[in-house]
Design a protein around this ligand. Structure first.
Ligand SMILES: Cc1cc2nc3c(=O)[nH]c(=O)nc-3n(C[C@H](O)[C@H](O)[C@H](O)COP(=O)(O)OP(=O)(O)OC[C@H]3O[C@@H](n4cnc5c(N)ncnc54)[C@H](O)[C@@H]3O)c2cc1C
Length: 506
């Protein structure tokens, strides 16, 4: 073929999370011979599923946001999400219980949200309109000119077109200061800032650019995919197979040696030869556990010094009886949540007065729980690296269930018929997440855009995709990350495929 590879070159994708599945699909669509190796019995990565006694829990993500990104992704394969799963826009989108007894319900109707805002502060409805109009403009700009274009290094930002726009994004200011320019009431600020936990950050350490998340939340809406998030994972796996990807599960890669045109992957199922590798295992883990020391781009000190997003205590509870107080998505907030954020980022400890989240998918989808029961997931963000020995976990579980009874009026304890949990240890062991972070590298100023790991590793022929790379955390961003990783592979190795070596244009 004259491509620098032996006959019939192959790409192996290590890991079947959203980024890995996306990269595999794009590469196969371009004509590459792609094999995906996943260490667990199912693909999906952090978007896992737990089935027990008639209950089905999505173990990781539960908010289907940015439907536009999923549509764009499937359109690149001449498909649409509806070819695989139906979407239901949630109404209410979510309910917030504050621990002073107050509660607010947020619905898809923007006028209703304005009324909620106005009920806390005169002029807040109008301020919300202004905030969201700016967020929408910045979202369109950020998606079109940064996220979808896949600017990786600082060099890519030195663009006469883009530079004048950066001040408009107030890239360097933090969210706390930015939101305060619009609304002052602490509860309203929480309503505009809570979305930062999706990015693994806190209002004081996340750049104001991410105010675009309120456009995602309040304008674009919150959806539930048929079959839950597991249904989306199945759709991605089906798409991959349709494009010709070979997916092998229960194969753990233990070592990656070699370089472009000659990689050897040592796995627990024997050695595999491949020409190129895309790792969806996070770069910190790939460097430290899979590469030889001389092949690493960074030392341990570098990875230790990064700011990681929260870990989480996850409770998966099958509950008997009704749960009228809870919506599909429910947030429980202390009126002052700063101490909780401090306990994650500044002074790692179990939070005393936590802000947390509950998902009850059975409110929308009766197939996920037996009749007369609900499938409840509780997510409490906590600091990565905490010692989550059984005693500490049990103590914290009790305090969260107490808190729930006291502040959301939901006493679960006598009604739990199925219970599982996950915490720091599971995230560390199951996914190789540093310190058991659940989300990966937080979107701090210094871990955003050009300062976040890109897709090319230091080893020629090795690429990265997934939440730790650009553009970042969350299912939609990981789909885009897979697109850009595939584009980098094809740009560097056009001889991999016959014909034009590109991912579909926007
Ligand atoms: C609790 C929780 C809640 C979340 N909530 C949301 C939400 O509501 N909405 C949202 O959009 N996002 C949410 N996220 C974030 C989102 O789930 C992630 O950003 C995204 O799924 C990460 O995808 P990824 O491409 O980085 O791959 P990962 O999910 O990290 O998958 C990597 C895969 O690689 C495999 N692997 C690793 N090492 C090896 C090896 N050596 N050999 C073979 N395979 C290997 C792993 O088993 C895994 O399957 C949440 C995450 C968590 C944990």
């Amino acid at each position: 073929m004259g491509n620098g590879f032996a006959a019939d070159p192959t790409v192996t994708v290590v890991g079947g999370g959203f980024g890995g599945l996306s990269a595999a699909a794009y590469l196969a669509r371009a004509g590459a011979d792609v094999r995906l190796l996943e260490q667990h019995e199912r693909v999906g990565g952090h978007a896992g599923v737990l089935e027990r006694d008639g209950f089905r829990f999505d173990t990781g993500p539960s908010w289907y946001l940015m439907p536009d990104v999923f549509e764009r992704f499937f359109a690149h394969f001449d498909r649409e999400p509806g070819d695989y799963y139906e979407l239901e826009r949630l109404d209410p989108q979510y309910r917030v219980h504050w621990k002073d007894g107050d509660a607010a319900t947020i619905r898809p109707d923007r006028r209703q949200v304005g009324e909620v805002f106005e009920s806390y502060e005169d002029g807040a409805a109008e301020a919300l309109d202004r905030y969201l109009a700016t967020a929408e403009r910045n979202y369109d700009l950020a998606m079109d000119r940064v996220v979808y274009e896949g600017r990786e290094g600082l060099r890519d930002y030195v663009d006469t077109d883009l530079l004048p726009l950066l001040p408009r994004l107030r890239l360097l200011g933090n969210m706390d200061d930015y939101v305060e320019r619009y609304v002052q009431h602490p509860k309203l600020r929480q309503l505009l800032e809570y979305t930062l936990v999706f990015l693994g950050g806190a209002p004081h350490n996340t750049p104001a650019l991410y105010s675009i998340m309120s456009h995602v939340d309040l304008n674009l809406g919150v959806f539930y995919p048929e079959g839950g998030i597991a249904g989306v994972v199945e759709a991605l796996a089906a798409l991959c197979r349709e494009q010709g990807v070979t997916i092998e599960t229960d194969v753990a890669v233990e070592r990656i040696t070699g370089s472009a045109g000659g990689f050897t992957l040592s796995t627990d199922a024997g050695e595999r030869e491949t020409d190129l590798v895309v790792s969806n295992a996070n770069p910190a883990y790939t460097e430290r556990e899979l590469l030889d020391p001389e092949a690493r781009g960074h030392d341990d000190g570098y990875w230790d010094a990064q700011t990681y997003g929260p870990s989480a205590l996850m409770l998966y509870l099958g509950v008997e009886g009704e749960l009228d107080q809870l919506a599909h998505h429910t947030l429980v907030f202390p009126t002052d949540w700063d101490p909780h954020f401090e306990s994650i980022f500044e002074d790692p400890r179990w939070p005393e007065d936590p802000a947390y989240y509950l998902s009850v998918t059975s409110k929308t989808d009766p197939t996920v729980a037996p009749d007369g029961h609900h499938a409840v997931v509780v997510l409490v963000p906590i600091a990565p690296g905490l010692d989550d020995d059984p005693e500490a976990r049990a103590r914290f579980r009790e305090s969260v269930l107490d808190d729930l009874a006291e502040n959301a009026g939901v006493e679960l304890r006598d009604r739990i018929v199925v219970e599982e949990s996950a915490c720091v240890s599971e995230f560390a062991e199951y996914y190789g997440d540093p310190g058991g972070t659940a989300l990966g590298l937080a979107h701090t100023v210094f871990q955003t855009g050009p300062l976040r790991p890109g897709h090319r590793a230091d080893v020629d022929g090795l690429y990265y995709t997934g939440a730790y790379t650009t553009p970042g955390i969350g299912m939609p961003m990981c789909l885009v990350s897979g697109e850009h990783a595939a584009a980098a592979v094809l740009e560097d190795h056009p001889g991999l495929v016959e014909g034009p070596a590109t991912v579909p244009s926007r």
